[in-house]
Ligand binder design. Structure first.
Ligand SMILES: NC(=O)c1ccc[n+]([C@@H]2O[C@H](COP(=O)([O-])OP(=O)(O)OC[C@H]3O[C@@H](n4cnc5c(N)ncnc54)[C@H](OP(=O)(O)O)[C@@H]3O)[C@@H](O)[C@H]2O)c1
Length: 228
């Protein structure tokens, strides 16, 4: 690995946007550690000297700790938690079983921040912690309703991320809450606006352009700031 080679840990990379981010960063010369929950054919195809595949379920704190220990003292320019779920997202809160609503909250809001806390010292000085949010996490921009449990979970993620950044401000890391656009993935569906390649190229541009900047920002894949 050359001294200048950037490195990323991309969590939740078995398919969709995570897989696309792995391919894009590796294509830009980064060394990438990518995680899956179970064997991913897409990641198996990308595995190489510059793409290492690890396994973790972000809802499992002990698995997160085991991954951190396995990676030892390795540090990254970017840690990007992409994993997320949208279970029964089309139904209003009152129609969703409590356990389902709670699980969406845990996976989308609690687990990414707990992972960030566990890996905080694995972000290099001047590095970036990115968390996959959504425009649907914006309270201010919610003028159409719908996607209630999902919206609330991403709004909670935004809130936790701001507190995380304040708690660790002395460390000088950059915290990015990213909206990838409405993207054609299993979650986004076939009618979505843009393809994975467009979204991940935009997010990679935004991230590369902000390396070394501290503070917290809520941005879309074109680098536009979103209202909280
Ligand atoms: N697509 C869009 O239009 C859109 C818009 C805004 C935000 N987002 C956000 O972007 C992220 C990726 O979405 P996507 O469209 O690529 O969705 P996707 O195709 O459904 O992929 C979701 C990914 O998250 C992983 N994952 C889910 N729960 C996990 C857990 N507990 N631990 C580890 N990995 C887990 C999945 O792994 P498995 O393969 O093991 O299930 C999969 O790799 C999500 O956070 C989503 O909310 C997407």
């Amino acid at each position: 690995m050359s001294e200048q080679q950037k490195s990323a840990l991309i969590v939740g990379a078995s398919r969709g946007l995570g897989l696309g981010l792995v391919e894009t960063f590796a294509g830009r010369g980064w060394r990438v550690t990518a995680t899956q929950r179970s064997p991913s054919p897409g990641l198996a195809r990308l595995a190489s000297d510059s793409v290492r595949v690890e396994t973790v379920d972000i809802d499992d704190d002990s698995a997160v700790a085991t991954l951190r220990d396995r990676l030892g003292g390795e540090t990254f320019d970017l840690i990007f938690v992409v994993a997320g779920v949208a279970t029964q997202a089309h139904e209003p809160l009152h129609a969703v079983p409590r356990a389902v609503a709670a699980q969406v909250y845990l996976t989308n809001a609690v687990s990414p921040i707990r992972l960030a806390e566990a890996f905080r010292e694995s972000v290099r000085p001047g590095g970036t912690l990115a968390l996959m949010s959504s425009v649907l996490g914006s309270v201010a921009l919610n003028e159409s309703g719908g996607w209630e449990t999902y919206r609330a979970s991403k709004a909670a993620l935004n809130t936790y991320a701001r507190s995380f950044e304040i708690r660790h401000r002395d460390a000088g890391l950059g915290v990015l809450l990213m909206h990838p656009g409405w993207v054609r993935t299993d979650m986004g569906g076939a009618e979505a606006d843009i393809d994975v390649a467009t979204s991940v190229a935009g997010m990679a541009d935004v991230i590369e352009g902000r390396l070394g900047r501290s503070g917290v920002a809520y941005l879309d894949y074109r680098g536009e700031t979103l209202a909280w």
